[in-house]
Design a protein around this ligand. Structure first.
Ligand code: FMN
Length: 397
């Protein structure tokens, strides 16, 4: 994942571990509210279903999966899970601009179940943050269940990350490396499906062979998975910018399953969303990389890169990425997160602006300790320098 030079080289599946280093970027930007406090738990309006899946027939489980999906309003436009990037303020920004549901970043189930500091730093939410899918990586069913129980009052699905292809996942024995350990995957899904009150979802990658992918997806459905997101690339196809996602394989999975299925890959603007829904027949789409640059994607806004894809009737939206950065910073003031997340988002949203004025980027990178004052000032400075990079909308969107 190519992040700008100053941002730590972020491995998408990296997570902060038990020992949080004393790096100013890891400090929270101000005091935070803890969803695990006794008051929060007492105030929480439970959205739990009446019974876990224990004694249900397959038909009843499928019906239940659909009933839950419909109760959530059948969200089609979904923020994908992103370590250090799909955190609460970013999710809220995307929701304001059309996202109908969102995943948390991947959380490490063992650390989450053991470490209070990790829990309160890495998982924050609020009542507007629904529907919410909380994602864990795991390789032990009991540990996963323990972690999942802590979040189930605050979310609509507990999701299992079966797609992370990074080296850290290989070392940690999770993500896409569990594709070699399908009995373990089955036991993870069954454990949650039998014991949790919220449904379990999974996010997978493709096997090189379509039939293997279909068998895998069927196995997950039979184990109790109630929603499946399919990233249309294999474990070895790591570079999403260079390798197109395989929508044909996603369509085949959708056709083979009875539960709701989501597609992930190749979503750069709303025309892609429409095409993906039509071509694959899926129930919704996830976007990751594009949303980082343009969190207003799902409201029909597109960056200049995709203007020519839009045909006639494209116009300046009178909204730009600097406006979105300011909105994001305000959300961070309200819902504090570690500075490293803010740094990463500012780099992503203002990347093109910095290319025009690299000295502003250099100045930003030189700040070992960030402040909101500095960041708002930096946006003003870019505007004073006359950078103009509007987002665009289509008259018909
Ligand atoms: C910064 C970043 C962090 C990511 N972290 C996760 C993660 O925590 N869990 C996960 O399942 N996928 C993660 N991914 C993968 C995305 O969810 C998504 O599957 C992938 O980027 C393909 O979607 P896209 O083509 O819309 O970018 C991450 C991707 C990025 C760019």
């Amino acid at each position: 994942m190519a992040f700008s030079s100053v941002t730590q080289t972020l491995d998408p599946c990296q997570h902060t571990s038990e020992s949080i280093p004393d790096n100013p970027d890891d400090h929270i930007c101000s005091e935070t509210t803890n969803p695990f406090s006794p008051e929060s738990v007492a105030n929480h309006e439970s959205s739990l279903l009446d019974n876990p899946n224990g004694c249900l027939t397959t038909g009843a489980r499928i019906e239940r999966a659909w009933a839950h999906w419909k109760k959530l309003g059948e969200p089609k436009l979904i923020v994908a899970p992103m370590v250090d990037n799909s955190e609460l303020p970013f999710r809220l920004l995307c929701r304001k601009y059309g996202a109908e549901a969102a995943y948390t970043p991947m959380l490490h189930s063992r650390i989450f179940s053991e470490n209070e500091k990790y829990r309160s730093q890495e998982f924050t939410t609020c009542k507007e943050d629904r529907p919410l899918f909380v994602q864990f990586c795991a390789n032990d069913p009991d540990t996963l269940l323990e972690a999942a129980r802590k979040v189930e009052p605050y979310c609509d699905y507990v999701d299992i990350n079966l797609g992370c292809p990074q080296r850290i996942a290989k070392r940690g024995n999770y993500g896409a490396f569990l594709m070699e350990k399908l009995p373990l995957v089955k036991s993870l899904v069954e454990k949650l499906a039998l014991n949790l009150n919220v449904p379990v979802s999974c996010k997978i990658r493709l096997f090189p062979n379509l039939q293997d992918t279909l068998n895998y997806a069927k196995m997950l459905e039979n184990a109790g998975c109630a929603l499946l997101a399919v990233h249309g690339r294999t474990r070895d196809e790591k570079d999403g910018k260079k390798i197109r996602a395989n929508w044909d394989a996603i369509r085949a999975v959708k056709n083979a399953l009875r539960i709701p299925v989501l597609a992930n890959g190749n979503i750069r603007h709303m025309d892609d969303v429409t095409r993906c829904l039509e071509e694959t027949g899926v129930d919704g789409v996830l976007s990751a990389e594009t949303l980082l640059e343009n969190p207003a994607l799902f409201a029909g806004f597109r960056t200049v890169d995709w203007v020519s894809d839009g045909g006639d009737g494209i116009r300046d939206a009178k909204l730009d990425q600097a406006d979105l950065v300011v909105e994001y910073l305000k959300l961070c003031e309200k819902y504090p997160v570690p500075w490293r997340m803010i740094r990463a988002h500012v780099h992503k949203m203002l990347g093109e602006w910095f290319r025009v004025h690299p000295h502003v980027r250099a100045d930003f990178n030189a700040q070992s300790i960030l402040s909101f004052e500095f960041l708002y000032g930096m946006v003003d400075r870019l505007r004073e320098l006359g950078v103009s990079r509007p987002l665009y909308v289509k008259d018909t969107v």
